[in-house]
Design a binder for this molecule. Structure first.
Ligand SMILES: [Zn+2]
Length: 253
């Protein structure tokens, strides 16, 4: 099996600040005047180089989503997420078109079970110089039970999840960012309410799926040993109920 392996700088990794569990640790993103290596700014959004570039042969970037720590995706005022996504997608595209990388990934960690270390709402973009881009996208994992279809944007519940225990896909034509953002905001709010064991930890992973924009939204828990050891995906027995609840929430918008 072909795989991508990237070296991780342990010494630098140990210096990385953490303020999800240790809330007393300060937040650099609440003090943008102290930030360096800023590449672009628009409204509250800041795109900058990650100070802790722990991945070898890669350039890591951070997208600050809001001015304060006390807010996250489900709480954003109307329009905020769509504007943020437009800004972010532009930065992603610029890096992809720069010719410097074989692959550029765009994702979000939120909460301590997601791999995140900073509480401040932010996303990340990483440009890799040598990884194989073909191995980054698992087409089957976008198959699912339709939850809602609106303006050509599809929200489904993955039947071939990458991880299991609840995984949602949103797939949209590139000109339908408003609808995409609105369904994403609802889905993240749903994940926060419906999966309390994740302790408000989730990931968003963005992809280009043919000509469309796709995102996977999933709650995070300690990873199942059956997945790690044997690649067995677990499907929750109450998933149909979850799907019906999410559908109701989307239709009440
Ligand atoms: Zn902050």
């Amino acid at each position: 099996m072909e795989i991508n392996i990237v070296r991780f700088d342990m010494a630098l990794g140990h210096q990385k600040p953490e303020n999800i569990i240790h809330r007393e640790n300060g937040c650099p993103f609440c003090h943008p005047e102290t930030l360096t290596d800023i590449i672009a700014r628009e409204e509250e959004f800041i795109f900058l180089r990650n100070k802790y570039n722990v991945l070898d042969d890669a350039d890591q970037f951070v997208l600050v989503e809001a001015a304060t720590c006390d807010i996250d995706t489900p709480d954003y005022p109307p329009g905020h997420l769509a504007r943020l996504l437009r800004f972010s997608l532009r930065q992603w595209r610029l890096l992809e078109n720069s010719g410097k990388y074989t692959a550029v990934i765009f994702f979000k960690n939120h909460g301590h079970l997601s791999g995140g270390t900073m509480r401040h709402p932010h996303m990340q973009i990483v440009g890799f110089r040598h990884i194989n881009p073909r191995l980054l996208l698992d087409r089957d994992s976008f198959q699912g039970i339709p939850v809602v279809e609106r303006d050509g944007v599809l929200l489904n519940a993955a039947t071939h999840p990458r991880v299991g225990f609840g995984e949602f896909n949103i797939i949209a034509p590139p000109d339908k960012i408003e609808t995409f953002a609105s369904l994403l905001q609802t889905t993240v709010g749903f994940i926060r309410d419906r999966f309390p064991k994740s302790q408000n930890s989730y990931n968003l992973f963005f992809y280009h799926l043919d000509e469309k924009l796709a995102v996977k939204a999933l709650p995070r828990f300690p990873t199942s040993p059956l997945l790690i050891g044997y690649d067995i995906r677990l499907f929750p027995s109450n998933f149909e109920k979850s799907i019906a609840m999410l559908k109701k929430r989307c239709l009440s918008l």
